[in-house]
Design a protein around this ligand. Structure first.
Ligand code: NAP
Length: 341
């Protein structure tokens, strides 16, 4: 167990922003995680868990106490029957590596989630989703370490309270849990979800139903076009805000003003609206910059930073964007990115 002092966290996030952790260590097993948590508890230090760092903004002032990078590895495949395969994966595994392996093995389920950055541990926390698929549909169990009881637990999907980019782990009552492993159930039986416009267009002229690897390749191409790659002085955490879900009355008012706004019913009372459209066509902030912080020129939902941007700059920028959306549409938008301080 190596605990380092005063570690710069900026290189552990895709924003490339963030102050210093008082203490920092990696946990490569549940036993190490337990040891580190006990070490912090003995010293009455707060603990913060870091995954792939692709959905966080770390404060310029850094993080007090012990920051633990969740680096638990391992992918275990098990046949359930002729159709289904169960895979138990360590929280520190790069999620796209799992997607690549499942596609290679001819297993259906994760292909629409290709090229999402981040680690497996973040997938149930955020209930990641893209192109009509949410990870919750494929999660059979989430193994966690309960930091209050200091023991491991296995949670069912119902206990995880999955919602739109939301779960138990984002609520106060879920803060005690650290995700250690996720168990997914995949299928050998083809199940194509090609309803999203971008994806539908990719296969509009295909003579046969696309294969798993063709779907993965198409998604990777679409995402490359819309989402920036971090590195070379560009920081990003992908979509910065959630697409808002609003009630039908608010939507009718919005549609009167902006008849083209793309919207999708969630249930009888609520509608999910495209924030990318609102930022671009209603607020005209696609590609808008304040100093070193901008909305991405190809997708306004994505915030990008250039070298020199601070967390405070990003917060101020996000507040300005949210205020503009509210002023034009009366919608209060929420961050998808987690602020860590
Ligand atoms: P998009 O495809 O332009 O979609 C914009 C909005 O319209 C989203 O709210 C999307 O819902 C919804 N939508 C579009 N087509 C739909 C359909 N056929 N049925 C139901 N809802 C539909 O969004 P984008 O920004 O280019 O992103 C592409 C995909 O990647 C989206 O699914 C987005 O949510 C996902 N994404 C996820 C994350 C994440 O999990 N952290 C980050 C970035 C992008 P959904 O949001 O439910 O798909």
């Amino acid at each position: 167990m190596h605990i380092h002092e005063r570690v710069d966290l900026s290189s552990y996030t895709t924003f490339g922003i963030g102050g210093t952790a008082d203490f920092f260590a990696s946990a490569t097993s549940v036993a190490e995680l337990k040891e580190l948590l006990a070490w912090a508890r003995e010293r009455s230090l707060p603990t913060t868990i870091l995954g792939g760092g692709s959905n966080v903004l770390i404060a310029d002032e850094g993080v007090r106490g012990l920051v633990i990078k969740n680096d638990i590895q391992g992918i275990e495949w098990r046949d359930v029957d002729d159709e289904a395969v169960r895979v138990r994966v360590g929280a520190g595994v790069v999620f796209d590596e799992l997607v690549a392996q499942s596609v290679e093995k001819g297993l259906w389920g994760l292909e629409n989630l290709s090229a999402i950055p981040g680690s497996v541990g973040a997938t149930p926390i955020q209930n990641i989703g893209a192109y009509g698929v949410e990870i919750a549909e494929y999660i059979e169990a989430v193994e966690v370490f309960d930091t209050d009881a200091m023991e491991t637990l296995t949670l069912t999907p119902a206990q995880c309270m999955f919602g739109y980019r939301d779960s138990l782990f984002k609520k106060a009552e879920g803060e005690r849990y650290v995700v250690t492993h996720v168990v997914y159930r995949l299928s050998r039986v083809p199940h194509r979800v090609l309803t999203y416009k971008d994806l539908e267009t990719s296969f509009a002229h295909a003579k046969e139903a696309p294969s798993l690897s063709e779907i993965r390749d198409a998604i990777r191409t679409i995402r490359k076009r819309k989402f920036p790659e971090w590195g070379n002085g560009i920081g990003t955490a992908g979509s910065f805000f959630k697409n808002p879900i609003i009630n039908t009355e608010a939507f009718e008012i919005l549609r009167t003003q902006y008849p083209d706004v793309p919207a999708f019913p969630v249930d009888a009372d609520t509608v999910k609206v495209s924030l990318g459209f609102i930022l671009d066509k209603v607020c005209d902030v696609r590609g808008y910059c304040v100093a070193d912080v901008c909305t991405y020129e190809h997708q306004a939902l994505v915030v990008v930073t250039h070298a020199g941007a601070s967390a405070a700059d990003v917060v101020a920028f996000a507040k300005e964007i949210a205020a503009r959306v509210h002023e034009k549409t009366n919608i209060a938008i929420e961050w998808e990115v987690t602020y860590v301080s």
